[in-house]
Design a protein around this ligand. Structure first.
Ligand code: C2E
Ligand code: CA
Ligand code: CA
Length: 716
């Protein structure tokens, strides 16, 4: 059997028995074919049962199963792979894809790319990180963009600003911190006419015109102390008049506050200045002559006084009017008068310095402010110059006229430092000059002031005197030297002031005249005189009364009606009334004077020319006026018999008066020689201290006694 038993099987069985394994499986080869053997022990029998079978047939089912299983496995694997793919697709790839898509789209510049919502796994974290990153990037880009656009805006604004400066209608100059010019805009070049090179690296204040030298210092000080200046000034321009600009210089500061540069802007205000000048011209200058007017003059005076007050400055003030201007105006007409004023103004402008102020204060009144004049000698020179220039003949149309001026001079600060007082002083001095005669000048003095104060006192007292009856009329007889009889009286006003005593008419008449009080006062004298004549008539004394008329009274249109009424109410016979006028009162408006005289004569009144010979009229001129009597002035009579010249004039006046059929009265007769001389020359009516001073009515009886009281006889 042994030969039949397969050795391999034999060992297997041996092994299986040896091991005593409950189950034992192994394989062996039989006929080159693998045999599978399984040996089991049945313990109850203590048997070993082995079964063997060809491996190939035993395992064919397993092989089948193996194939089936493998197929299944493959299928499963595919399924799993598919599932995995699906899951991967769903869980990873798609998300990765959309992340990649988002990142690449963001990368391509689509900044608004939306990142997918994600879970909190790695991809989600990655996604989140990407998302955060894009947010950061986006912020960064936004910031950058904003900065860029801000920069653009700023650039644009700067550009606009620089264009605005370049095209500005205002001249602009920019300097460094040391006021050295670095930039000038085109307007500035256009305004000044200079090329840019003129300004480059030049000091800023070079632009200010040299006329403004004083101001430059001020600006400089201001700029250095306050870094700022604003005001009107003239700036230099090429070949043209300097231009008025409103200039403002301001600093440009860095953030820290340091000044890096200055900007000066100059607004052309020449047109404003021009209209201002025109307005000033109207407000401050006389349209006829172009001289300063009263307002401007006073402004200048104030300025000069302010200067003088500070010391080291003196000036003199001239006041004058033209002698006889009124006559020229009246005879040649107002146009000629205007021409005259213009020519006078031109002559003054030519002869005086530009720093002097020449003003026309009104009418023919002029004033001159001479700066820097300290001595009377210097002022005298100027007064002489003015008088010389004015004394040259002036052509007015076809007429040549010669004029002169009476100049009043006051010196500041010596005479006064007060505006009104200085003007008053100059005025006083001028009146004094006039008193002295034409073509003179006079300096103000303390005495003049005293006289002025007295004038003021009298003016005030006159008003009171009229109310309080402080006046009395005195009468000076006019006597026929042949018969020693009184033929008439001259009414002469007397003022008895309660404290000042007798104030002579020469003192108060001119003031009454100047203030207009003379009209009322004169009317009172007329009334008194009429009453006096009536009383004389009542005593059978048929004497005339000569009443002095002032210029103002004579011109008064109420004179004739007033007199006419007075004559009627007082009952005086008009032929007893003589009115004494002076020659000068008939000059000026000759026609009006003639009319007035005719009206007076029509009332029955006689007209007498007082102070004859002192005026400028000739006898032939007098022929035009309806006058009756000439009174030879006292000045001719008083030097008889010493002055042969005066005697000749007196004789000539008497002779010519007789030719003209005028009566002659000699006044101021003080001596018998004078009486005799006059008698020898056929002048018999005399008035003077030789016979009687002016006396109050109450003294008349004494006069009559003195004269021997012979019955009167009417001569005139
Ligand atoms: P008049 O009209 O020339 O008056 C004559 C002046 O000579 C008077 O001065 C008179 O007193 C003075 N007189 C007369 N005889 C002599 C003489 O022999 N020797 C001297 N040395 N003087 C003599 P009176 O009264 O002082 O008057 C001065 C002037 O005042 C007058 O000058 C006249 O112009 C004016 N006046 C006087 N009364 C009136 C008046 O009622 N109305 C007006 N408007 N003027 C008056
Ligand atoms: Ca008189
Ligand atoms: Ca007289």
């Amino acid at each position: 059997m042994d030969e039949f038993v397969n050795p391999q099987l034999k060992s297997i069985i041996g092994e299986a028995i040896a091991t005593k394994l409950p189950e034992y499986a192994s394989s062996f080869l039989q006929n080159d074919e693998a045999q599978l053997i399984n040996i089991q022990k049945i313990d109850e029998l203590d048997w070993y049962i082995g079964v063997y079978k060809k491996r190939s047939s035993t395992l064919s089912a397993l092989q089948d199963l193996k194939f089936k299983f493998f197929g299944l496995f493959i299928l499963y694997a595919i399924l799993v792979a598919l599932l995995l793919h699906q899951a991967l697709q769903h869980l990873v790839l798609r998300r990765l894809h959309s992340l990649v898509y988002a990142v690449s789209s963001f990368g391509q510049g689509k900044l608004d790319t939306k990142f997918p919502e994600e879970n909190k796994d790695e991809i989600g974290t990655l996604n989140g990180s990407f998302k955060d990153m894009t947010i950061e990037i986006r912020k960064l880009i936004d910031g950058l963009n904003q900065r860029i656009s801000e920069k653009e805006i700023a650039e644009k604004a700067a550009n606009r600003l620089s264009k605005a400066v370049a095209f500005s209608g205002t001249g602009v100059v920019i300097t460094d911190e040391n006021f050295v010019i670095e930039y000038v805009n085109p307007k500035m070049l256009e305004m000044t006419g200079y090329p840019e090179s003129h300004f480059t690296r030049a000091p800023l204040l070079n632009i200010v015109a040299s006329d403004m030298a004083i101001l430059v210092e001020d600006i400089d000080i201001d700029l250095r102390s306050r870094n700022y200046w604003r005001g009107d000034t003239l700036i230099e321009s090429k070949g043209k008049q300097p231009i008025w600009v409103s200039l403002s210089v301001s600093p440009i500061r860095e953030e820290g506050g340091n000044i890096t540069s200055y900007v000066a802007s100059a607004q052309d205000i020449s047109f404003v200045k021009e209209s201002q000048r025109k307005m000033e011209q109207l407000a401050y200058f006389d349209t006829l002559t172009g001289l300063a007017n009263r307002t401007f003059f006073r402004m200048q005076l104030r300025k000069s006084l302010a200067l003088a007050e500070r010391g080291h400055y003196a000036f003199s003030l001239f006041y004058f009017d033209l002698d006889e201007f009124k006559r020229i105006n009246d005879t040649l007409g107002h146009d000629a008068g205007d021409q005259l004023l213009i020519q006078v103004a031109n002559r003054l402008k030519k002869r005086l310095r530009s720093e002097d102020t020449i003003a026309r204060l009104g009418g023919d009144e002029f004033a001159v402010l001479l700066s820097g004049i300290e001595s009377q000698e210097h002022a005298t020179d100027v007064a002489n110059t003015i008088q010389q220039t004015l004394s040259m003949p002036i052509m007015l149309g076809n007429n040549e006229v010669i004029i002169s001026a009476s100049i009043g001079i006051t010196m500041a600060p010596y005479d006064s430092l007060e505006e009104d007082q200085l003007l008053k002083h100059a005025d006083l001095a001028m009146y004094e000059a006039k008193e002295k005669g034409r073509n003179t000048f006079h300096f103000y003095s303390q005495e003049l002031n005293a006289a002025a104060n007295e004038r003021l006192f009298i003016e005030n007292e006159l008003r009171i005197a009229l109310k309080e009856d402080q006046f009395v009329v005195y009468y000076q007889p006019q006597i026929d030297s042949r018969t020693q009889q009184v033929v008439g009286y001259e009414a002469l006003l007397r003022w008895f002031h309660p404290t000042e005593g007798l104030i002579p008419p020469d003192k108060f008449i001119p003031i009454a005249e100047a203030t207009g009080l003379i009209v009322e006062l004169g009317e009172w004298v007329l009334q008194e005189s009429c009453n006096f004549v009536v009383r004389l008539t009542e005593q059978n004394r048929e004497n005339n009364v000569s009443i002095n008329l002032s210029a103002r009274q004579f011109k008064d249109s109420n004179l004739v009606p007033t007199l006419s009424k007075m004559i009627i109410t007082s009952g005086v016979s008009a032929e007893r009334l003589h009115l004494e006028l002076t020659e000068s009162m008939l000059m000026g408006n000759v026609e009006a004077a003639i009319t007035q005289l005719h009206q007076l004569k029509a009332l029955g009144i006689s007209i007498s020319i007082d102070d004859f010979g002192t005026g400028y009229s000739s006898l032939s001129y007098l022929k035009r006026f309806p006058v009756d009597i000439l009174k030879i002035d006292r000045s001719f009579v008083q030097d008889i018999p010493e002055d042969s010249n005066d005697m000749e004039i007196t004789a000539a006046i008497i002779a010519m008066a007789q030719k003209l059929n005028l009566d002659v009265v000699a006044e101021g007769v003080e001596t018998i020689e004078q009486v005799e001389f006059l008698q020898n020359n056929n002048c018999f009516i005399v008035q003077g201290y030789y016979y009687s001073r002016p006396i109050p009515e109450s003294d008349l009886p004494d006069l009559y006694t003195k004269l021997g009281e012979v019955p009167f006889k009417k001569v005139m």
